[in-house]
Design a protein around this ligand. Sequence first.
Ligand SMILES: C[S@@+](CC[C@H](N)C(=O)[O-])C[C@H]1O[C@@H](n2cnc3c(N)ncnc32)[C@H](O)[C@@H]1O
Length: 309
Amino acid sequence: MAEDYHIPVLLNQSVDALNVCNGGVYVDATFGGGGHSKEILRRIKGNGMLYGFDQDLEAYENFIHERDIYGDIDNSFQFVRSNFRFMGNFLKFYGVEKVDGILADLGVSSRHFDSDTRGFSFRFDAPLDMRMNQKAEVTAADVLNAYDEKRLADIFFLYGEMKNSRKVAEAIVRKRKNGKLLTVGDLVSTLEPFCKQQRAKKDMAKAFQALRIEVNQEMQALKEMLNGAERLLKTGGRLVVITYHSLEDRMVKNLMRTGNCEGDEQKDFYGNVVSPFVPVNRKVVTPDDEEMQRNPRSRSAKLRVAERI
Ligand SMILES: C[S@@+](CC[C@H](N)C(=O)[O-])C[C@H]1O[C@@H](n2cnc3c(N)ncnc32)[C@H](O)[C@@H]1O
């Protein structure tokens, strides 16, 4: 069942923001368990088209497994097993120049965290893999065993916001002199001395998050996808993004305000910022208490919406 795979976050708020209309063409950049896709398809009612991207084979298998649910709306849905950074190329392949809306619900799914074989969680001893795309070359073990100390420290600092990033990187380099880090257990035992007792789980989670972001090149992929959105969206089309990390949120916020992920402002003659997007909500949308209680993994979610002008 899709809910076992992943509970969709900010479901109604995000799909409402897409403004799904009769005959419209939409992209779900992060299909996962298909929660958002199903809601978009329910609103399309067989008259329109949805392209659902995911780079993970398990997401595709989940779609196939649930095919009967999609049933007669099959003609309105195309699964694309690819990184969303190649969205423009794939849409062109399917003969689509412009779309009415793009929704992205970033990061990993609950399926990733709950897998005891893929190395995303410190709860299960498994090979240090962490690849969302099982065909990608670089695993978490590759990063830990090949990167130099400074590069490792930068990753833990930037993506994990870890104050002790240098010490952690130093310990990893020391440890690997006695043999490669290959399993989650190898990493956990190296990190343990740096995790404060009361917040050990949080500290561990930060280190795992940082590694995962690096392994999957998540910031780079997001930047490419966001940069392509301007060209792909029709005038009036919506860009709807749910983020779970402050760096992701900053990129999205910048793009929606200025048209670029860096937030560099282009101004017109009168000093007004010129941008291909206009933000739809002044304030970022977050889950309410009820949603956070029902689905604690929604805690850090932030939804931003912009319209192509
Ligand atoms: C938070 S989950 C999405 C859950 C989905 N909205 C649902 O309701 O079930 C994120 C999904 O996006 C996929 N993903 C993350 N980054 C991706 C990328 N750059 N390209 C394609 N898929 C990506 C992951 O494999 C994961 O399945």
